[in-house]
Ligand binder design. Structure first.
Ligand SMILES: [Zn+2]
Ligand SMILES: [Zn+2]
Ligand SMILES: [Zn+2]
Ligand SMILES: [Zn+2]
Length: 501
């Protein structure tokens, strides 16, 4: 047994020795396995009780005090790649399943959704001032992941005027993808930081109005083509009411992406389904006579026409106009590989953005308050410092407090991955599926007969006692064991494939 001071040593090697010489080391490795790859697992202490379902009688309890370290380690579950690579990888896998099952079926979604018309539009923000950009006119590379095509010059204007701050708004550079100048304004003082953070704040509302406009457009098309409405009959207080509703339903999925200039933009999936008022939860085939081309026309129409003006603000009594930028791009999704994009590409694309946040802009912080705002905000500072500053200053009136609340997100207060209720399977279902699977893995086959209600329940009485590993060595050893386990799985898979061949 190592002397106890080894554990408290700041030397990782001594910490590791202290852990490895303990009698319960193999148990510890086993115990932490479900959270082993996590950077900052949650530590829970308390008791886990097995309860008889009918009577509520406690059959047995296990205290975490009897477990290695006296706690249960639970993975943090953070979706952000920069916060926890392992948990974000798992989240990304779930996101992929959620998006993809909405396109090809599976996980409780009927497989015939694969035949429903679907489009993949990208909605961008308008310009708030010229920024350094990297644009490749025509790709000649084979794989986009290893693209080495030559970008166009950034802002190559020969006749550009000087701005009022004495800067020429030109840039002849062909920026490399890693260039930190990308996304930053040509003139920080000309740039409208106020308008951009307000736009980010309102992007969710703009999206909501856009979905309404797309629905209206499709409804009008359906009427023009003689596709009959669906009659919904309701009885309330003895009165019968008949209402005409659209003969279709649109399902939406969307991922938000923070661009380098720190304006948010949306990648959406819009799928056309049928609608039966007697079976509202069913995902049904759409009515004949509406296709993906119509959906695309509806999206383009909505993107070009939807807009509104925000409420007044002391700094801008007339409010800010909120609309999409001119570069909305809509592609048709097909399941066969003959369309513009395939279901797999779209799902992978959306899942990728689901694990990102503001990192690309160079700003990363948690929620800001009066004490921390000074670290990140500066009216004469960098691009993102000015955006944070704009959030804080404009967020002073009570009607605009949300700007302060979301200052660390540069104004954007929405979720990074959202979907309408009937688009597909939910994250919760996927997690429950995995939990059941893990339980079967851990304890052998369930004792309950198939089809029977479980007779016992497991109830947790656990308290949060801390986050993170006890020592750097613990983190390293747990992570390494997780990496080895992954490698093992990979090897086993390779062996199986070789065996099958
Ligand atoms: Zn984690
Ligand atoms: Zn440039
Ligand atoms: Zn290329
Ligand atoms: Zn200027």
């Amino acid at each position: 047994m190592a002397p106890p001071w080894y554990v408290r040593s700041t030397d990782v090697r001594l910490q590791a020795i202290a852990r490895a010489v303990r009698d319960d080391y193999p148990d510890w490795l086993d115990h932490v396995r479900s959270a082993a790859a996590c950077v900052r697992p949650v530590r829970l202490a308390g008791a886990i009780a097995t309860v008889e379902a009918d009577t509520g009688r406690i059959l047995s309890t296990v205290s975490t005090a009897t477990m290695p370290d006296g706690v249960i380690y639970k993975a943090c579950g953070n979706r952000r790649e920069t916060v926890c690579p392992a948990c974000s990888q798992r989240y990304k896998g779930d996101a992929y399943q959620v998006v993809r099952s909405g396109l090809i079926g599976g996980k409780g979604v009927p497989e015939q959704v694969a035949t429903h018309p679907a489009v993949f539009p990208t909605f961008t923000a308008p310009s708030f001032g010229p920024v350094h950009t990297r644009h490749i006119k025509r790709h000649t590379c084979g794989r986009r992941a290893s693209c080495d095509c030559r970008p166009e010059p950034c802002h190559p204007r020969r006749d550009a005027a000087w701005c009022e701050h004495g800067r020429r708004l030109v840039c002849f550079a062909r920026h490399a993808d890693s260039d930190r100048a990308l996304g930053t304004p040509l003139c920080l003082d000309c740039y409208d930081h106020d308008a951009q953070v307000v736009w980010n704040l309102q992007a969710g509302e703009l999206w909501r109005r856009t979905t309404i406009a797309i629905n209206r457009y499709m409804r009008r098309l359906a009427r023009e083509r003689g596709i009959p409405d669906v009659q919904v009959v309701t009885v309330r207080d003895g009165k019968v009411r008949v209402r005409s509703v659209a003969p279709f339903r649109l399902s939406f999925g969307k991922a938000a992406e923070m661009q380098r200039r720190a304006a948010v933009h949306f990648h959406a999936i819009i799928r056309l389904d049928g609608f039966d008022p007697d079976d509202r939860d069913a995902i049904l085939p759409p009515p004949a006579g509406l296709d993906a081309g119509d959906l695309k026309a509806a999206v383009d129409h909505a993107a070009g026409t939807v807009g509104f003006t925000t409420g007044d603000h002391p700094a801008r009594p007339e409010g800010w106009p909120i609309a999409w930028g001119p570069q909305t791009l809509t592609k048709l999704i097909t399941v066969a590989a003959d369309g513009e994009v395939t279901d797999g590409m779209v799902a992978a694309y959306l899942a990728k953005y689901a694990t990102k946040s503001t990192e690309i802009t160079g700003h990363a912080s948690s929620r800001l308050n009066d004490d921390t705002i000074g670290v990140y905000a500066d009216p004469d500072g960098t691009h993102t410092e000015r955006l944070v500053e704009a959030c804080w200053i404009l967020g002073r009136p009570s009607d605009w407090r949300r700007l302060r609340r979301w200052a660390h997100m540069l104004g954007f207060g929405g979720h990074f991955l959202t979907k309408s209720r009937r688009y597909s399977v939910t994250f919760t279902v996927l997690r429950a599926e995995r939990a059941t699977w893990q339980r079967v893995q851990n304890s052998g086959p369930e004792v309950t007969e198939p089809g029977e209600e479980p007779t016992t329940l497991v109830v947790n009485f656990l308290q949060f006692v801390g986050a993170g590993w006890h020592t750097t060595a613990d983190a390293l050893m747990a992570n390494t064991s997780a990496a080895l386990a992954r490698e093992h799985q990979q090897l086993a898979r390779t062996d199986l494939v070789a065996l099958a061949a």
